[in-house]
Write a protein that binds this ligand. Structure first.
Ligand SMILES: N=C(N)NCCCC(=O)O
Ligand SMILES: [Zn+2]
Ligand SMILES: [Zn+2]
Length: 348
């Protein structure tokens, strides 16, 4: 049983796929219970991690359709099983995870949508639960960071993306999917010494994009670093930079190569493999992860659920890190720990 779990009762896990075929189950993430089912049985405040869908894509600069991301990622998450063999974690048994469904936000008014997202995040987090949000386009990172900074102070942003998303405006608009981290930095929400982008690549508008980005508080790990420096080096740099700060993990699925994630709005060639992304997340155990999001899944451009499956597995790994932390992990656990050359370390 989890040491940090808010309930003393055994968490309610996934639907039992030996009894009901997984293609017949509920449309929740990972066939997990809905929040109302858990709270009816275990009481208010008994959910440790809440899955939240934000079907919103009014902030995109190219292909639209991320508004259908939450339902697509949930549909692609039906095959997730209870035991994570890569990290030796049962993510749905070491903590109570539940699906809160989607929030409906105004698709015609970006500023109103941002305000509603911020309010929903505040309300869902008021009982101490962590959020795993499924977007939606990357605009949603701004209201999420506003909410998290209110609770935790300045946030170390760990941002997986092909793009910097620290641009200033598009067509004069300040709130878009290419600008959330500039706004967050200007608003004083992020820890300028502890934030970083992972997976950056592709053409920029100018060299100044990189100069501005550094001033706004981000260090950069390039997509190419996975090839030339190796994943151990990337994980070590991440852990050193993030330290013991409160970390918000923002995963734009376009960090993956278009071969691994075709279903996204602004694809860029030369991205990482899903294995590199999953192992990078597995390297985060023991860090103070306060919340996470997966954004930019646009199912109309997906094929055979390639992108949906990757996004669902990213969600599973994020939940596994949170689950290991709830059990007192201070560093990587299971086989990944051996690969990284560290001794598996778990308080209990
Ligand atoms: N956040 C994502 N996915 N893309 C931002 C791209 C902004 C641009 O069109 O330059
Ligand atoms: Zn991107
Ligand atoms: Zn992005």
């Amino acid at each position: 049983m989890s040491v940090e779990s808010s309930s003393n009762r055994e968490p309610i896990g996934q639907q039992d796929c030996t009894q009901i075929p997984r293609f017949a189950g509920p449309p929740t993430f990972g066939l997990l219970p809905r929040i109302d089912q858990v709270e009816t049985q275990h009481g208010a405040g008994s959910v440790d991690v809440k899955i939240l869908g934000i079907p919103y894509d009014a902030g995109v600069s190219y292909r639209s359709g991320a508004r259908f991301g939450p339902s697509h990622v949930r549909a692609s998450s039906r095959l997730l099983r209870p035991y994570n063999q890569a990290t030796d974690v049962f993510p749905f048994a070491s903590q109570q995870v539940a699906d809160c469904g989607d929030i409906g936000v105004n698709p015609f008014n970006i500023e109103e949508a941002i305000t509603s997202i911020e309010q929903a995040a505040d309300e869902l987090r008021a009982d101490g639960a962590k959020l795993l949000t499924i977007g939606g386009d990357h605009t949603i990172a701004l209201p999420m960071l506003r909410s998290h900074a209110r609770t935790h102070g300045k946030i170390a942003v760990l941002h997986f993306d092909a793009h910097l998303d620290t641009w200033d405006t598009y067509f004069g608009a300040p709130y878009t999917h290419g600008t959330p981290f500039r706004r967050a930095s200007e608003e004083g929400l992020i820890d300028l010494e502890r934030s970083m982008h992972i997976g950056i690549r592709g053409p920029l508008y100018s060299k100044k994009d990189l100069e501005d980005d550094a001033v706004l508080g981000f260090q950069i790990v390039r997509s190419d670093d996975y090839q030339f420096k190796g994943i151990e080096n990337v994980i070590e740099r991440m852990r050193r930079r993030l330290g013991d700060a409160p970390v918000y993990v923002s995963v734009d699925i376009d960090v993956l190569d278009p071969a691994a994630a075709p279903g996204t709005g602004t694809p860029e060639a030369g991205g990482m493999t899903s294995r590199e992304l999953l192992n990078s997340i597995r390297g985060l155990q023991g860090l103070n992860i306060v919340g996470a999001e997966i954004v930019e899944v646009a199912p109309a451009y997906d094929h055979a659920e390639i992108t949906g499956l990757a996004a669902a597995q990213v969600g599973y790994e994020l939940l596994s890190v949170m689950g290991a932390n709830a059990q007192g992990a201070t560093g990587p656990t299971g086989p990944i720990a051996a690969h990284l050359g560290v001794t598996p370390d778990r308080a209990k």
